[in-house]
Design a protein around this ligand. Structure first.
Ligand code: MG
Length: 279
């Protein structure tokens, strides 16, 4: 009898969860991930709503070529040197960390979809980060569904990775956007199948106890073109809602998002940023 009650309770809770999910799902009229949305909340101190359909897409800039695959400086922590994932663990959604199953071949990492994001064993705060990424030429899909991944600073603050040379999505969700907050200043994406380079300069947020005392800031150079200049981060990246902060440690791991697409990464290194006049 107890077992039956338990099963009934579980089924009811599952049904409630699904209904909640349905309620969060926008109607067709509210938009989609190609057009953007008209029913999302207002972004603080901006003219726009989250993923605003009316927000213009950044103009295109062709990066200067060739892009060099920059070698790490001597004080960098080399997170991926083309050989192995020894500095990473894989963390499936809601699961425990385990050895990564993403593929390594030809000096590149390839995401194995739905195996969980790749998370550094080491933690970082303020940093300079270099990451190269590629959406395979044959990758299908549209909107947020074309080569979606992301560079997740402190596992929370996402610089979007997406095919954005031709593929159209809402402005604050295209490649190099601070996801759901700021589009890049310009779109300097390279064609699908070519390597893209991010150089990211990040100031971690500061908390005193539960209180945010300084937000995070980020500067992003995409293929040699500055696309964010010391831009304030509103909080943890989130779909269709306004990002907010929740307190966390001064240093947290870096992660690469598993959004279900087999995109590739290479040449990943990071430098901790110190203070002036402190050896
Ligand atoms: Mg993403």
């Amino acid at each position: 009898m107890k077992k039956i009650l338990l099963v009934v309770a579980l089924a009811a809770s599952l049904a409630a969860q699904q209904q909640q999910k349905k309620a969060n799902r926008p109607s067709k009229e509210a938009g989609d991930d190609k057009r953007g949305y008209i029913d999302t909340p207002q972004l603080p101190n901006q003219k726009w709503k989250v993923h605003d359909a009316a927000r213009s897409r950044p103009r295109k800039v062709t990066p200067g070529l060739p892009l060099l695959s920059e070698a790490p400086p001597s004080d960098a922590v080399v997170l991926f040197n083309g050989k192995d994932l020894s500095r990473w663990v894989s963390v499936p959604r809601g699961g425990e960390p385990r050895d990564p199953t993403w593929k390594v071949a030809n000096g590149e990492i390839e995401i194995v979809p739905r195996t969980g994001r790749l998370v550094t064993k080491e933690k970082f705060g303020d940093c300079q980060l270099h990451v190269e990424w590629l959406i395979p030429r044959e990758a299908p899909g549209a909107g947020q569904g074309r080569g979606n991944s992301g560079v997740e600073l402190m596992m929370r603050y996402e610089i979007q990775v997406l095919e954005s040379f031709e593929n159209v999505t809402y402005a604050d969700g295209q490649a190099a956007s601070i996801y759901g907050q700021w589009p890049p200043l310009v779109n300097s994406s390279r064609p699908q199948g070519d390597w893209n380079v991010y150089d990211i300069f990040f100031e971690a947020p500061r908390f005193e106890g539960e209180k945010l005392v300084k937000p995070g800031y980020v500067t992003v150079v995409h293929n040699g073109v500055m696309v964010h200049h010391h831009k304030e981060i509103l909080g943890r990246a989130i779909h269709r809602r306004v990002a907010t902060y929740a307190p966390h440690a001064a240093e947290e791991p870096l992660s690469l998002q598993d959004h279900g697409y087999p995109i590739r990464y290479r040449n990943i290194w990071i430098r901790r940023l110190g203070q002036y006049d402190q050896p």
